[in-house]
Structures are given as structure tokens and as C-alpha cells.
Design a protein around this ligand. Structure first.
Ligand code: ATP
Length: 663
């Protein structure tokens, strides 16, 4: 990959040597991933190794098809086999027709003599055609059924894996490979297997007919096939390697493409005049991509030329052998003519079989990605623990730490605290201090890498994760705009709530989050679709969305409510209304994360985090009296609100030595 090498910085230049604001034109994604080299073994897989793999692949495909629809599997394979038998009959009947036609005597007599064999041949061809159509129908029925089954299995896995899996870049990449291609290959490998069976049956049927006519012609069938098979396998292997090499780059390109053609990013792209930057990144990557693609096409064409030349020579050899047999009197003219037909039919069947083998081998490599991913995803599903969860009185964290994959520092570092039912606690700290991570640990969304989280003294790892989750509601900081109606957007907070079950109605939850009036004013009220990409869809402002997110959290009505910056985008009135509903309630614990420290003043306890460590805890008054990080942050923020006679206009330098605020 010369172009990449040319763009790389010299090896003695570390990233820190470069100015931090220098526009990056060399993204690490341009390099081939290290794990790619393991795939090298495919490049050295011999044709025979591929052939040896074939029975396993066929078995796998048939098992998959069988599990999806026995009836269609039986029909698509069984009908092909019967059609093959009819091919033999048809060819032998054709020999008889030709023998009668080439016999001595008047033409009307020869035609009459050939009639019975002609009827048999016609019946065989017609029946074979009918059977092939029926087999094709069964085969076509299999495709959508397999697709849906495989898609469902993938999404069952991706929605069940623990959250931590998504922090693992390798996992995300494997998921892309499985979803973008591997998943689609399941139906293809079944399709190719049926085609392979069709080809092999056709070939065997022809071989039987040729064997009866003249066994010496049998090796010729193989001679014509081998070069094509080798070529096909070589091309499949190279294509797979190229795909592996490109996947990381492609992901970066998809990401850039999404940034450049997306309604949500359009404002910032313009406001920051990012157009040239994004385009130049895209161009750089596209140049590498195009070069890689062209190299592949060049190599594939070369392989195809060599393969086609050898196949042509082999065909010439086959005709030479047939001619020699004819001249040597080893084969009659009628038999030779049938043999030519048979060879043509054999070539077609071989073509189908070779193409199917090639595609099966190639697609099975991608399908293996899907299987590997599903297997890996299943290993990342938290199972086994089955302890019942009936709410809690206290959730206790004991020396809990969490280190994200591939990071040097723990995001949460040996934190011990207790959250009691009936309390409102607050997590406070500067950006990146670990508040969100800690809240996710309390919520059971992450398992700690060290320490223990206990629900009423029971290790959360021993509790049924689903049952535990049913008691938790999280208003996340990075919420997603679900493309549903306003009502659905709130209802998904507890979509399985049966009518009459305890909990607020959609409208009550919306009122609590100051969202009711806003929703009622939408063109279709609660039934307004909140996605502009669909007909009649509407979008909301950031603050309006956040009210909806808060309504969803309140609708869930869980005994542990985690609010991560629930009012960051809210106006003062909405914020005030929401916090009225986040007050302490005897049946619930609230964990509040906010940078607006005025909102945490009334919390029962405030936990202050700094670089993942719990550095202070207490009530607001205790923490203010103690001094330290909390007081520092509070005072800084409060200074902006205090009405002071010497208040400085925004932007004026702060006078030195002046105490910022009074509490
Ligand atoms: N998924 C992740 N993978 C790797 N590192 C992460 C991930 N999420 C957070 N971090 C890192 O963990 C640390 C704590 O992040 P966290 O989001 O918990 O902080 P926070 O206190 O909630 O910050 P903020 O106030 O900005 O919301 C940060 O250094 C952050 O970069």
C-alpha cells in the first residue's frame, strides 16, 4: 500500500510532535488492521483444502435450510435428484433416436423407427423441465425464510449482549461485518448448495450416460472442469482478503459520508465550515480505497485470463480425444454425436457446480464471520444468574472500579457508597470524573471490573439481570431520538405495562416532565410521528426532546431512577417542574447527576468524584463547611448568579484577589 506509506509521518515523529490543531489527513484507519494478517491463511489455502471443506459447508447449509423449512429443503434437493435421473434417460433415449436415424434404409422407415425413443426423450425432457421449475420454486421459498431467521438471530444477540461489549472496538467491527455482509450470506450458501447439488447431479447423470456410451470419455469431463475450479477458488480467496483489508477504512468512510449527507449534522458542518475538511478526509481515504480496489480488479482479471486460457486448451483436448476415438472405431457416430451433447450438458452442469463451489466457499467465509460474531455475542450475554429481585432497600457499592477496554486509567476507581430507597443522592464532579460511568454501575448496566455491587446484600452478579433491570429507569445524557410517535416515545419506557398495572399514564408522565402542553400542540398531538424523515413527521427542539425523555423515565416508574443531566437543555420553568417530580419518595431512590449544583442542594447526600475517585461526600451544608472541590465548584457557579453591585460585564477579566462568591 505505497500511497499509505507515503502519507505516513516519519517513524520518529510521534503524534505529540505535531501541533494539536493540525488538520489530520492521515487517519489510523488507513492502515490495515493487525488482526488482518491472521486472514493470510486463506491466501494459502489449496484447492484441495477447499474441496475438503466442501462437505462440511454443505452439511452446514443443509442443516440451516432444514431448520428453516424441511418441506422446501426436501423439495429443492429431492426434485433436483429426480430431474438428474431423467437427464440420463433423456440422453440414452437421444442415442437411440440418433442410432435409428443414422441406420441404413429409407428415411420414412428410419423416422418411424426412431419415434418410440423420440417420445421417451421428449417425455424425459418435459418432466425434467417441470421438476426443475418446482425445485426452483422451493429454492426461492427458502431464501426469505432463511434471511428472516438469520436476521432475527443476529438482532436477538446484539440486543442481549452486555453494554460493555459496545465499548470494545473489535466487537463493533465484528458486528459490522456480520450485519453488513455475513448475515446475507446464510441464504446464499443454501442457494449455492442447492445449485451445487443441481450441478453435481446433472454431472453424474451425464457421466452415467457417457459411461454407458463410452467410458473412455469420462476423464475428459474432469479435464474440462479443473482449471475453472482453481480459477474460481483463487478469485474468491483474494476477494475475501481484500474485503478484510478494507473494512476499517470503509467504516471511516461511511462515518464521513453520514456526516456530509445528514440533516442532523448539516448545521454544524456549515457553522464550522467543515465542508473542505470533511471532503479532504474523504478524498484521502477514497484515493487509498480506489487504489486498493483497482489492484484487486487487476489481479482478478489476470487470474481470469490465465484460467480461461487453460480451460480453452482443456476443451480443445477433449474434442481431440473424441475425434481420435471416432477415427479409431472405438465409438459409433450416433454415440459420438450424443457424447458431444452430453459433454455440452456436462460442461453446463460443471459450470453450475464450479460456480456454486466458488460462491459457496467465498460466501461461507463471510457467513463464518456471522457465526463467529453470534457465538462471540452469546458469550457476552450475561446469563446464569437467576436470583429474583423484589426491589431493594439499599444498593451498596464496595470498592467498585471500572476500566474501559484499551484505557490506562480506571473511569471509576474503588468507589464505595450506598444508595437507599427513599433517598435522593447526587453525583457531582467535573467533566470526565466518572459520574455517568458510576451511575451505569449502580444501574447494573455495567459490571464492575473490581469490587462488588450488592442489592440488599446480594451480589448483583447473582441476580437475574432482566429482573434487576425492571427496577431501574435511566434518563441518559445521550438520549436517542426514537422515530416513533410522541406517545410511543413515552410508552417505550415500560412498553409491556398491562392496562390497570400500577404506574402513571402517558399523559401523567408527560405532565410531570412539563411535556404535555408541548405534545398537545403538535399537529397530531400524542400521535405525531417524531421523525422528519417520514411523511407528516415533526421534529422537536433539544429541550422539547429532553422533556419527552424525562417523561419516558417517569413513565417507567422504577424504584431506582437515574437522572443523568436531566435538565441540561430545559428552560427554567420546565426544569423547576421536573425537579418537583424528582423529589424524594419513600418507594424510590433517585440518583441525580447534574452540573447545575443548585439542583443538588436538597439531595440527602452528595458524592463528589474526581478522576474516578470518590473524594467527598455529605450534605450540601456539610460539604460547603468542609471546603474542597464541591465548594469550589459551587462557588464558581454561584458567582454567576449573585446580584452584586460590582458585577462585571460578561467577558471582563476577573479582578485578582477578589473572593468570587459568598455562599
Ligand atoms: N465508552 C467508553 N469507552 C472508553 N472510555 C470511556 C467511555 N465512556 C467514558 N469514558 C471515559 O471514562 C471517563 C469517565 O467518563 P464519564 O462519562 O463517566 O464522565 P462524567 O463524569 O459523566 O463526564 P461528564 O460530566 O462530561 O458527563 C472519561 O475519561 C471518559 O473519557
Amino acid at each position: 500500500m505505497e500511497s499509505v506509506a507515503r502519507q505516513r509521518p516519519p517513524s520518529d515523529e510521534t503524534p505529540s510532535d505535531r501541533p494539536p490543531d493540525e488538520g489530520s489527513t492521515v487517519l489510523p484507519e488507513l492502515d490495515d488492521a493487525d488482526w488482518m494478517h491472521h486472514a493470510d491463511e486463506f491466501a494459502h489455502t489449496s484447492f484441495w483444502a477447499v474441496a475438503r471443506r466442501l462437505p462440511r459447508l454443505v452439511r452446514e447449509a443443509v442443516t440451516l435450510a432444514w431448520a428453516t423449512s424441511r418441506q422446501d429443503t426436501l423439495a429443492s434437493i429431492g426434485l433436483n435428484v429426480v430431474a438428474g435421473v431423467l437427464t440420463t434417460f433423456g440422453l440414452l433415449a437421444t442415442t437411440n433416436v440418433l442410432r435409428e436415424l443414422f441406420a441404413a434404409g429409407p428415411t420414412p422407415d428410419r423416422v418411424r423407427g426412431a419415434l418410440p425413443a423420440l417420445v421417451v426423450a421428449a417425455l424425459a425432457v418435459t418432466a425434467r423441465g417441470g421438476l426443475m421449475i418446482a425445485a426452483g420454486w422451493a429454492q426461492a421459498r427458502l431464501t426469505p425464510q432463511i434471511n428472516y431467521a438469520v436476521e432475527l438471530r443476529l438482532f436477538e444477540a446484539t440486543t442481549a449482549v452486555d453494554l460493555a461489549a459496545f465499548d470494545d472496538a473489535g466487537f463493533a467491527e465484528e458486528m459490522d461485518r456480520a450485519r453488513d455482509r455475513g448475515m446475507a450470506e446464510a441464504a446464499y450458501i443454501v442457494d449455492h448448495t442447492v445449485n451445487l447439488v443441481t450441478g453435481v447431479v446433472g454431472l453424474l447423470a451425464t457421466a452415467v450416460a457417457v459411461g454407458i456410451i463410452q467410458p473412455l470419455l469420462l476423464p475428459c469431463l474432469l479435464l474440462a472442469a479443473v482449471p475453472e475450479a482453481v480459477t474460481a477458488v483463487r478469485m474468491a480467496r483474494r476477494q475475501y482478503l481484500a474485503m478484510l483489508a478494507r473494512i476499517t477504512r470503509r467504516r471511516r468512510m461511511w462515518m464521513l459520508a453520514r456526516l456530509m449527507a445528514n440533516r442532523q449534522t448539516a448545521v454544524e458542518v456549515r457553522a464550522y465550515q467543515m465542508r473542505e475538511f470533511l471532503l479532504s478526509e474523504y478524498r484521502t481515504m477514497m484515493a487509498v480505497e480506489t487504489e486498493a480496489h483497482l489492484r484487486l480488479v487487476r489481479a482478478q482479471t489476470g487470474t481470469r485470463v490465465v484460467g480461461a486460457s487453460i480451460a480453452g486448451l482443456a476443451t480443445f483436448g477433449v474434442y481431440a480425444v473424441l475425434g481420435a476415438l471416432l477415427l479409431g472405431g472405438l465409438v459409433a457416430l450416433a454415440a459420438a454425436a450424443t457424447a458431444l451433447l452430453a459433454l455440452q450438458s456436462a460442461r453446463t452442469s460443471l459450470g453450475v457446480a464450479v460456480l456454486a463451489t466458488n460462491s459457496l466457499y467465498e460466501d461461507a467465509l463471510y457467513y463464518q464471520d456471522y457465526r463467529d460474531f453470534v457465538e462471540r455475542a452469546h458469550a457476552r450475554v450475561t446469563t446464569g444468574a437467576s436470583g429474583a429481585v423484589d426491589g431493594f432497600d439499599a444498593i451498596t457499592l464496595d470498592g467498585v472500579s471500572l476500566r474501559y477496554p484499551d484505557t490506562d486509567r480506571a473511569a471509576v476507581d474503588e468507589v464505595s457508597l450506598t444508595v437507599r430507597r427513599g433517598e435522593v443522592i447526587a453525583l457531582v464532579g467535573e467533566n470526565g470524573s466518572g459520574k455517568t460511568t458510576l451511575a451505569k454501575l449502580i444501574a447494573g448496566l455495567y459490571r464492575p471490573t473490581d469490587g462488588t455491587v450488592r442489592w440488599d446484600g446480594v451480589d448483583a452478579a447473582e441476580l437475574d439481570a432482566r429482573a434487576l433491570g425492571a427496577h431501574v429507569a435511566v434518563m441518559t445524557q445521550d438520549w436517542w431520538k426514537f422515530p416513533f410517535t410522541a406517545r410511543q416515545n413515552i410508552r417505550i419506557g415500560r412498553h409491556d405495562r398491562v392496562p390497570g398495572q400500577h404506574g402513571p399514564s402517558v399523559e401523567e408522565a408527560a405532565r410531570s416532565a412539563a411535556a404535555h402542553e408541548m405534545i398537545a400542540a403538535l399537529p397530531y398531538g400524542y400521535d405525531t410521528l417524531l421523525d422528519r424523515e417520514f411523511k407528516n413527521g415533526q421534529d422537536l427542539s433539544g429541550g422539547q426532546w429532553q422533556r419527552l425523555v424525562a417523561a419516558r423515565g417517569l413513565y417507567r416508574d422504577a424504584s431506582l431512577l437515574i437522572c443523568d443531566e436531566p435538565s441540561a437543555a430545559l428552560d427554567a420553568r420546565a426544569e423547576h417542574a421536573l425537579f418537583q417530580h424528582l423529589r424524594r419518595r419513600p418507594d424510590r431512590a433517585v440518583v441525580l447527576i447534574t452540573h447545575r449544583l443548585a439542583n443538588v442542594r436538597h439531595a440527602d447526600r452528595i458524592f463528589v468524584l474526581d478522576q474516578g475517585r470518590l473524594v467527598q461526600q455529605g450534605t450540601h451544608d456539610e460539604l460547603m463547611a468542609a471546603g474542597g472541590l464541591y465548594r469550589e465548584l459551587f462557588d464558581l457557579q454561584a458567582s454567576g448568579y449573585l446580584a452584586r453591585s460590582d458585577a462585571r460585564p460578561v467577558g471582563d477579566p476577573e479582578p485578582t484577589g477578589d473572593p468570587a462568591v459568598r455562599h
